[in-house]
Write a protein that binds this ligand. Structure first.
Ligand code: FAD
Length: 377
C-alpha cells in the first residue's frame, strides 16, 4: 500500500509507492476540478496482470526491484478467466507456456486446460507475492521529458460499477506495457445489415460452452483457432455449426510423429532456413491431414511460418475440427454478403437462417488508445 508523505517532508520511501498529493477528485488529464491523487512509484509501473505482467514482476522481484502492477479487472489472469471458453486447453505444450522461475506443478498434462493454467497463474502471483492494484484501468500514460518520469493515469473503480471512480496519477521512471494483444474483441466492420439481425450475436470472448446451443443452427464467423474450436464445441454439444471461411489458411496437425508441431518447428529453425522448414511441415501435414482444399480450406502459397513471421498470423493447430469438417458435421460456408433479419446472405447468393451468430473475428490491442509518447517534452 502507498505510504503517505506531506509536502516539504523527507525523501519518498525507496521501496514503497509514496503518496505525493492526496488529490481533489479532479481530472488527471487536466480537466476541471482539483488535482488528482499523485503517487510516486520507486520501481517500474507494470500495466496488466496477465502472464506477461506477472512474469515481469516476478523477475524484477527476484533481482530485488520493486514494481507496481495496475490491472483493469478484479483479478489476475483476467483474459484467461473471463474471456475464454471452457473447453480451451493451451495450444502449445506447457514447456513453451510456463513463466520464468516456476515450472508447472508435477502431474500437469502436456497441454494444460484453461482451469489448470489459471490455477498456475494464481499460484505464481501468490508465490512471488505479487499483489496488483485491481480495478485500476490505465486510461492514459505519457512520458514527461521535463522531469524524466512517466505519468500513468488510472481510473479506479472501487465499487466495481464505475460509480465511485476516482483518478490517480502514478509517477515512475519506467513503464512496462503488458496489456496483451487480446485486450479488446475485434468485430467485423461495415457488413451490411448487421444491426437488423434479430438472432443471438456474440463474440467468442463471451462464449463459454456449446450446450446452450443444442439443436440450434449456429453460424461461426472466422476460421482461426477460436473459430475452429468453437465450431467443434458446438458440434460436440448437438448444435448445427456452419463456419465462414473467407480467406486462405494453414491448418496443421497439433503433433507430427508424436512431437508438437510448434516444438518441431522451433527445433528445425535452428538448423534450416524457414522456407525449408515450411516445406517439411506442409509435407507431413499433407500425409497426416490430407488435402484440406478439398474440404473448402484452401492453403496460401506462402508457408505457415513465413506468414507468421511477416504478418503475425498464427496457423490453426487442428484438435479435432477437421474430421468434423470432412464428415460434413461442420459445414464450411463462404464469406457473408449481408445480414438479414433471421440470418445471412452469403457472397455466392444463397441465404440461410441462423439462431445465433458467433464472431470468431479475433482481438486487438488497446494500447494506441492510452499510450501517448512524450506529450510534455
Ligand atoms: C482462445 C485463445 C487461446 C490461446 N491459447 C494460447 C496458448 O495455448 N498458448 C499461449 O502461449 N498463448 C495462447 N493464447 C494467447 C494468450 O492471450 C497469451 O498467451 C497470453 O494470455 C498473453 O499474456 P499477456 O499477459 O500478454 O496478455 P493478457 O493475458 O491478455 O493480459 C493482459 C492484462 O492486461 C489487462 N489490461 C488490458 N488493458 C488494460 C488497461 N488499459 N489498464 C489496466 N489493465 C489492462 C487485462 O485485463 C489483462 O489482465 C491464446 C489466446 C486466446 C484468445
Amino acid at each position: 500500500m502507498p505510504t503517505s508523505r506531506e509536502e516539504g517532508q523527507a525523501e519518498p520511501d525507496e521501496h514503497h509507492p509514496t503518496i505525493l498529493h492526496r488529490g481533489g477528485g479532479g481530472d488527471a488529464a487536466g480537466g476541471s476540478g482539483g488535482r488528482p491523487r499523485q503517487v510516486w512509484v520507486p520501481g517500474p509501473v507494470i500495466v496488466g496482470a496477465g502472464p506477461s505482467g506477472l512474469a515481469t514482476a516476478a523477475c524484477l522481484k527476484a533481482r530485488g526491484v520493486p514494481s507496481l502492477m495496475l490491472e483493469k479487472d478484479s483479478c489476475v489472469a483476467a483474459s484467461w478467466r473471463h474471456r475464454t471458453y471452457e473447453r480451451l486447453r493451451l495450444h502449445l505444450p506447457r514447456c513453451f507456456c510456463e513463466l520464468p522461475l516456476a515450472p508447472f506443478p508435477p502431474g500437469t498434462p502436456p497441454y494444460p486446460t484453461r482451469d489448470q493454467f489459471i490455477a498456475y497463474l494464481d499460484d505464481y502471483a501468490r508465490v512471488f507475492g505479487i499483489q496488483p492494484h485491481l480495478n485500476a484501468r490505465v486510461h492514459r500514460a505519457a512520458y514527461d521529458a521535463a522531469i524524466g518520469f512517466w505519468r500513468v493515469t488510472v481510473k479506479e473503480d472501487s465499487g466495481g460499477d464505475g460509480a465511485t471512480a476516482a483518478n490517480t496519477e502514478f509517477l515512475s521512471r519506467w513503464l512496462v506495457v503488458a496489456t496483451g494483444e487480446n485486450a479488446e474483441p475485434a468485430w467485423p466492420e461495415g457488413v451490411e445489415g448487421m444491426d437488423t439481425y434479430r438472432g443471438v450475436a456474440m463474440h467468442t470472448s463471451s462464449y463459454k460452452k456449446g450446450d446452450e446451443f443444442r439443436g440450434k443452427n449456429v453460424l461461426v464467423v472466422g476460421c482461426g483457432n477460436s473459430g475452429m474450436e468453437v465450431s467443434l464445441d458446438l458440434c460436440n454439444n448437438g448444435a448445427k455449426a456452419s463456419m465462414v471461411v473467407r480467406d486462405k489458411l494453414h491448418v496443421l496437425p497439433r503433433e507430427i510423429l508424436g512431437v508438437s508441431t510448434f516444438g518441431l518447428s522451433v527445433f528445425l529453425l535452428r538448423w534450416l532456413p524457414i522456407k525449408l522448414v515450411d516445406s517439411l511441415l506442409l509435407f507431413f501435414t499433407r500425409l497426416i491431414l490430407g488435402d484440406t482444399e478439398k474440404h473448402g480450406l484452401p492453403r496460401p502459397k506462402i508457408g505457415p511460418l513465413q506468414i507468421k513471421a511477416s504478418t503475425g498470423k498464427t496457423p490453426v493447430l487442428d484438435i479435432g475440427a477437421l474430421p468434423k469438417i470432412r464428415s460434413g458435421e461442420i459445414k464450411v460456408v463462404p464469406a457473408i454478403q449481408r445480414f438479414t433479419e433471421n440470418g445471412v446472405e452469403f457472397v455466392d447468393g444463397h441465404q440461410e437462417d441462423f439462431d445465433a451468430v458467433i464472431f470468431a473475428t479475433g482481438y486487438k490491442s488497446n494500447v494506441p488508445s492510452w499510450l501517448k509518447l512524450n506529450i510534455y517534452g
